[in-house]
Design a protein around this ligand. Structure first.
Ligand code: GLN
Length: 567
């Protein structure tokens, strides 16, 4: 404890002044703690504070990179090559700032550090215990990150729900921090559910009372309650919760369901969450907040001029959290194009039995996103073929570029059995393959090609016309690559390689010149999409979908095959 107290007391005055907001969740999971944290970050940044956001997750995986999307949703990749929780994506999008991967901390990392230290003899003579050793390591990371990012206000979301066994060390650590740093430097925000019970036609506050009681048993008295509810919470109920939960009435904030997550900061601002946090922390805002631009964006999301429908053929389509950044990137690109992007989710395996046309007919564009493992691959390959043959705008991301190359190799280059060695290790034409140093027994965690890499762009391509730059940088998460041995054959048949990672001569992007908008890339442009700065490729793809939907594509090939003209 001594060690942290010194650190907390800080080596510099900046550390002395740094403030911390801890966000916990009660009653049930999926209440939107990530969005509330991100919204608070966005608001505080709007007042001129330097903010950072961290996520502390109680599971034992070192990072979510080895988990199935069904377990965890999307794995968000940071610039600095970390595989992190999808909430970091919300934080980056709402605050428009990139975060280091170290802001995603798991119990797995904490224990890994402690056990390695123990083996080195770092605790000689001592029994290594949850308190103080695990809690010290939690506090050390939390304060170190805030220090390194020089945040005025450090927002930390604690994963899981209050009452979970594995979350206890994190709660204990933040309890200690409040004691060590003092009331004015730490605020506890607790997000709870106020459910509507149909049979009684009433909103119920009891789950919130129980959840707060659980927290106070641990020694944490929340300062602010954010009450998620389907409908407006009446004043008497707020008063009741204030009384039973020992929280001032003005600190009971309601969080009613919104049409779009981008309304949440506006609602929380109206409710005074930002004002309460600043008041408890006695943090004088450097400037007044101006939410005008954000409000305009929300207006555009809610009232677009037109609509396009984009088919997304993937493997995890009934869990849309698996494609979080893609869904958000479509919203951002929709705002830029004044359209609502309706996504038609199609589970790829269904296209293995049915004709693609049955499920894809009427879509204004097709996207094939990233994924792992063989299930559903043939369905994706068929979907790409449908878009290529029907001149429907196509965008492939990561696994999507693999499917595009496989389809083209098989059906245009006539390379029978062309495949990725990820799915068919004995393929006679391994058009997608591992790099030599990836072959053999490579450990699975954190060993993919991850994070930001540069891509050299060929002039006159879709890629060049999108970014207007010779070199771009986007984030990656993959192991397999387009096999250079097949490049000449692909190019001879009309596939253009328009993006290259020059340092290792790896294919980053492919296009088909004879098609109006056929583009696939190895990187994931969705990770850098921001509400006010949509990912350029999503913006252009949605523009192509819009042109296709209204039969106005300039491309000579499309006017006759646009939606209206198509048979
Ligand atoms: N499974 C493929 C690979 O590992 C693609 C990964 C992805 O789509 N993110 O290379």
């Amino acid at each position: 404890m001594m060690q942290t107290r010194q650190m907390a007391a800080g080596s510099s005055t900046a550390d002395d002044k740094r403030r911390h907001v801890f966000i916990t969740g009660g009653v049930v999971s999926s209440l939107g703690k990530g969005i509330v944290s991100a919204s608070l970050g966005m608001l505080l940044k709007g007042y001129g504070f330097r903010v950072t956001l961290q996520k502390f997750d109680p599971y034992l995986n070192v990072d979510p990179g080895t988990m199935s999307p069904y377990q965890h949703g999307e794995v968000f990749v940071t610039e600095d090559r970390a595989e992190t929780d999808l909430d970091l994506g919300h934080y980056e999008r709402f605050t428009e700032q990139n975060l280091p991967g170290s802001n995603c901390v798991t119990s797995g990392q904490i224990y890994d550090t402690i056990i390695r230290r123990e083996r080195r003899g770092g605790y000689l003579g001592k029994t290594v215990q949850v308190i103080p050793h695990v809690t010290e390591e939690i506090k050390r990371r939390l304060l170190r990150n805030a220090h390194e990012q020089d945040a005025d206000i450090n927002i930390v979301e604690i994963g899981g729900t209050v009452g979970d066994i594995e979350g206890l060390p994190f709660l204990e650590a933040i309890r200690q921090l409040r004691l060590e740093l003092g009331r004015e430097r730490v605020v506890f925000v607790h997000l709870t559910l106020v459910p509507y019970i149909k049979a009684a036609a009433e909103l119920k506050t009891k789950p919130t009372q129980h959840s707060v009681r659980k927290l106070t048993e641990i020694g944490i008295q929340p300062d602010i309650l954010v009450c998620r509810s389907e409908m407006k919470v009446a004043d008497e109920l707020k008063e009741k919760m204030a009384l039973f939960c020992n929280v001032p009435r003005e600190c009971v904030i309601e969080g009613v369901d919104c049409e779009t997550i981008y309304q949440v900061p506006l609602m929380l601002h109206e409710e005074g969450l930002d004002a309460m946090v600043m008041s408890i922390l006695r943090a004088e805002p450097p400037r007044e907040i101006d939410l005008g631009i954000w409000k305009g964006m929300v207006e555009n999301i809610l009232h677009p001029a037109k609509e396009v429908e984009i088919a997304v053929v993937g493997k995890y389509t009934h869990l849309q959290d698996a494609y979080k950044s893609i869904v958000e990137a479509f919203i951002h690109a929709g705002v830029a194009n004044r359209v609502r992007v309706r996504i038609r989710w199609i589970e790829s395996s269904i296209l293995e039995g049915d004709e693609p046309e049955v499920h894809l007919k009427g879509a204004d564009a097709l996207l094939v996103p990233g994924g792992f493992g063989v299930r559903g691959i043939e369905g994706m390959v068929r979907a790409v073929g449908w878009a290529r043959e029907n001149a429907v705008p196509f965008f492939g991301i990561c696994l999507g570029v693999h499917c595009a190359v496989i389809e083209f190799a098989r059906n245009v280059c006539q390379l029978e059995g062309a495949h990725s060695t990820e799915f068919d290790p004995t393929s006679p034409h391994p058009v997608i393959d591992l790099l030599p140093d990836q072959k053999g027994e490579v450990p699975k965690g954190g060993t993919m090609r991850l994070g930001a890499y540069e891509c050299a762009v060929e002039e006159g391509s879709i890629l060049w016309n999108t970014y207007h730059a010779d070199r771009i940088s986007e984030r990656h998460r993959h192991r397999y690559e387009v096999n250079n041995a097949y490049r000449a054959r692909l190019e001879a048949a009309g596939m253009r390689i328009t993006g290259i990672y020059a340092e290792e001569n790896l294919v980053e992007a492919v296009e088909i010149a004879a098609h109006p908008w056929f583009f696939a890339c190895q990187f994931h442009p969705e990770f850098k999409s921001r509400p006010q700065r949509p990912a350029p490729l999503f913006r252009e793809f949605v523009k192509a979908a819009k042109a296709f939907a209204h039969g106005q594509q300039n491309h000579p090939g499309l006017s006759s095959v646009g939606k209206r003209g198509r048979k």
